[in-house]
Ligand binder design. Structure first.
Ligand code: 4AD
Length: 595
């Protein structure tokens, strides 16, 4: 230690005598403690000018020669005049910049102190309700139009907050709508008002006033607030909701924070359309004379193939989460007539696609004494009636239009990033009737005529399962709903009835919609007992657990058929959503079962 102190002291003495400041581009360090001696040189001339305190210094440097051994490196040479001039100019600019930085920091500190003082003073501002005002009526935002010019109390979440001189604009959200609320003067001076953040819950009291001509806000009115109560504060800064689920956050983050994402305009609009669609389906079913039933979700039979079964232990027995309620609906026909259900279905899908979920809402119907043609006509009627109901409801139509407009903005971003090669235009229009009807064999020809290959990159042949990509291409190119019918026996479920005219194919239908592809799967069911028993054998299903299903053919059989509609796919089509995940409240897919 003493040695080191001595050597530093002698180095300083050397430098003071020689007046030379050394710069070594390899070993030097630009720092305040650097001495500028040969032992402790600076790294750059600018660094030396900034940190060295030697009077009337002369500068000597040696160039960088990384990797060269010390003994072979060239000696220090005086710095050229031009280089010194350049560095001196840079030094002056540096001094100015530092001075400016200092001024800015001082200003910021001053502003912060002023704001702190203001906030401290704000703590003593107490907002009290004016007892002379009429009592406020507690209402929801959906009821605001009927309460214009009256004093109301509305509770909700601060969806957006904008501070302006002497005014705070709050867009309040209560799940039933949005409302612009204005706080002015004294009301803006309390600590709570000054620190108000998005998602804080509060009750706002005041009078609802119609907007002057030319002004815009949800509902065409605003709440002129005269009193408020904060109920629960939400964090600002790093933890602010806008930082956690920013509009451009990556999808995984958005699904991790689905509980917060749901508060956003897009997710809530999609879920509102979802509720309207479910309600409209129930109405259509009612109008068409189908009765609602609630089949079990825990079952011991399969419906759509063993590969996608979710198995679980049921008190020591093997059981599954239902893939479809179809088999149970069939058993209801003799006692309840035509039936439907809106129930969760589960598929252990191993593929991560835009249209597959592990749990989805399945809208299924089953009809007795029908022909295949009756079934197709009924399905078309059901879909079109439901769409008409939804489309003729102005708020729901507005949501669908906004979501499709949004989809076009997202599509533009994907196109700019090169994620899609064609710029698709999203716009929902109720489909015209009748739907195009196309047999599977015609689709195979169509795909080949249009050069769309199968999964092995070969021309499609009879018997191929038309893959998602090819199906999507075809549907998008035809750009209208398609009833694709008569699929080969081998690629369809065991229970499907064969076409009496062509036993190679089944009386089956997939309804394809532009943008999504298949949204409905349906068929006529085998009604003959022996044929069904053969079918079990063909696919290797033990008949015993299906005795209750088989019995339908034993105790008075009937020609019958039905279908299943994937609600999330139906919504993705209507709302122009990129994936069905956006159409589920808390979507589940391979790798995600939370939150
Ligand atoms: O074509 P699928 O498998 O048909 C059935 O389950 C029949 N038993 C229904 C019936 O006839 N009652 O499924 C019907 C529909 C599909 O067209 C699709 O819309 C949806 O259910 N679907 C899915 N949606 C999201 N994620 C999945 N993994 C889906 N699998 C099917």
């Amino acid at each position: 230690m003493a040695e080191a102190v001595k050597s530093v002291a002698s180095a300083v003495a050397d430098m003071v005598i020689s007046n030379v400041v050394y710069i070594d581009e390899d070993t030097g360090v630009d720092a305040p403690e650097t001495l500028g001696t040969k032992d402790l040189p600076f790294k750059s001339l600018l660094g030396a000018l900034i940190h060295s305190s030697v009077k009337d210094a002369r500068y000597e440097s040696r160039k960088s020669k990384t990797g060269t051994p010390e003994e072979t490196r060239e000696e220090y040479k005086p710095v050229a005049k031009a280089a010194l001039k350049k560095a001196t100019n840079a030094h002056s600019a540096h001094i100015k910049k530092e001075a400016k930085k200092g001024e800015l920091a001082a200003k910021e500190a001053e502003q912060k102190a002023a704001r702190d003082a203001q906030l401290e003073a704000a703590k003593s501002v107490i907002i009290v309700e004016d007892a002379s005002k009429p009592a406020a009526k507690k209402i929801k935002i959906r009821d605001t139009t009927a309460h214009r010019n009256t004093r109301v109390a509305i509770s909700g979440w601060a969806h957006r907050v904008r501070h302006q001189k002497n005014m705070i604009f709050i867009t309040l959200r209560d799940g039933t709508g949005l409302l612009q609320c204005i706080l002015a003067d004294k009301l803006t001076e309390s600590y709570d008002a000054m620190t108000l953040t998005n998602e804080t819950t509060l009750t706002l009291y005041g009078e609802l006033k119609e907007l002057p001509a030319g002004a815009h806000a949800p509902g065409g009115h605003e709440l002129i607030v005269d009193y408020y109560k904060i109920i629960g504060k939400a964090p600002g800064g790093e933890e602010a909701i806008t930082n956690i689920v920013a509009p451009d956050a990556d999808p995984q983050t958005k699904y991790n924070y689905r509980h917060l994402t749901l508060r956003g305009d897009t997710a809530s609009a999609t879920l509102k359309v979802r509720a309207a669609v479910v309600k409209a389906f129930r109405r259509s079913f009612d109008d068409l004379g189908l009765l609602e039933v609630t089949p079990p979700c825990m079952v011991q039979t399969q419906c759509e193939g063993g590969a996608t079964l979710f198995e679980f232990d049921y008190y020591g027995e093997k059981a599954y989460l239902t893939q479809s309620s179809q088999l149970y609906l069939e058993t209801c026909l003799p006692s309840l007539g035509d039936v439907f259900c809106i129930q969760e279905s589960f598929r252990a899908e191993k593929s991560l696609t835009r249209r597959h979920l592990s749990e989805y809402t399945h809208i299924e119907g089953e009809l007795a004494f029908v022909t295949f043609d009756d079934l197709l006509n009924h399905l078309e009627d059901l879909v079109c009636r439901t769409i008409d109901t939804v489309w003729n409801d102005p708020p729901t139509r507005a949501f669908i239009q906004e979501l499709n407009d949004d989809a076009n903005k997202d599509e533009k971003k994907r196109f700019e990033k090169g994620e899609v090669t064609e710029l698709k235009h999203y716009e929902f229009k109720p489909p015209s009737r009748p739907f195009r009807r196309m047999r599977y064999s015609e689709a195979i020809e169509w795909l080949n005529e249009h050069g769309i290959p199968n999964e092995d990159d070969e021309p499609h042949k009879f018997g191929d399962d038309i893959a998602e990509a090819a199906e999507r291409r075809m549907t998008d190119m035809l750009n209208e709903p398609i009833f694709l019918t008569h699929f080969p026996v081998e690629i369809k479920a065991f229970y499907m009835k064969k076409d009496p005219q062509d036993p190679r194919v089944t009386e089956s239908v997939d309804c394809l919609m532009p943008g999504v592809g298949e949204i409905v799967g349906g068929s006529m069911r085998m009604e003959d007992l022996e044929e069904l028993l053969d079918a079990y054998r063909r696919v290797g299903i033990p008949a015993d657990p299906y005795y209750w299903f088989t019995d339908q053919r034993k105790y008075g059989t009937t020609p019958h058929g039905g279908y299943g509609i994937g609600l999330e796919r139906f919504l993705a089509w209507m709302c122009g959503r990129w994936t069905v995940k956006e159409c589920s409240l808390y979507p589940r897919w391979m790798g995600r079962c939370t939150p």
